[in-house]
Design a protein around this ligand. Structure first.
Ligand code: FMN
Length: 178
């Protein structure tokens, strides 16, 4: 499982984790280091990772996410809250450069997110990105500064059950060539 296509095929959103298999801090550092290689607006690198690994803190974070995602996170070694610093990516001298404003920070975070997921897969880890969370509760729990916009919670662990690949659109449904 080494070629890019094999890694892409192996990555699935995993909703069942093996609690007996730990995730190491060093593994997560390696995954985040790869994510940092992604491009970003003017190399702004505004993406941030709040990595929750202790059982006590994971239990508290579970109370800040949708119940179905709390279930999914059981057995995952880490819950990673992703954020980005607002007002920088897509901004010049404090003003948005164009219509997208802070959406560029979210775009950069998404690019890092893809690197994050695929590097984790290459290392034998499994993931799921979740968007259903209470940002205010997450901010309070982890004391995330107000200048960071909270985006997703990514669970990282070892699968105990494979995911099913949802059907993808055909290229000609989404791409127009000029
Ligand atoms: C931004 C984002 C938010 C998501 N939120 C959730 C979620 O809250 N709960 C969940 O079970 N899956 C969530 N997913 C996973 C998607 O349902 C999944 O990626 C999609 O169905 C495709 O399946 P695959 O990842 O296995 O290819 C999310 C994915 C993304 C990218």
């Amino acid at each position: 499982m080494n070629t890019f296509d094999e890694i892409v095929a192996r990555r699935r959103s995993i909703r069942s984790y093996d609690e007996t298999k730990p995730v190491l801090k060093e593994e997560l550092e390696s995954v985040i280091a790869t994510a940092l290689e992604a491009p970003s607006w003017d190399n702004a690198q505004t993406s941030r990772y709040h990595v929750v690994m202790s059982e006590e803190m994971k239990a508290k974070l579970r109370e800040c996410v949708a119940p179905q995602n709390a279930m999914v996170s059981k057995g995952a070694g880490a819950m990673v809250v992703t954020t980005f610093v607002k007002g920088r990516s897509g901004f010049k001298k404090g003003e948005p450069v164009n219509d997208l404003g802070d959406a560029w920070g979210s775009y950069d975070l998404g690019l890092q997110g893809a690197y994050f997921l695929l590097k984790a897969t290459e290392m034998g880890l499994d993931t799921i990105v979740t968007g259903l969370r209470d940002a205010d509760k997450v901010r309070a729990l982890l004391e995330i500064p107000e200048d960071e916009i909270i985006v997703s919670v990514i669970m990282v662990g070892h699968r105990s059950k494979d995911g099913v690949r949802p059907k993808r659109k055909a290229v000609d449904e989404v791409a127009k060539f000029y």
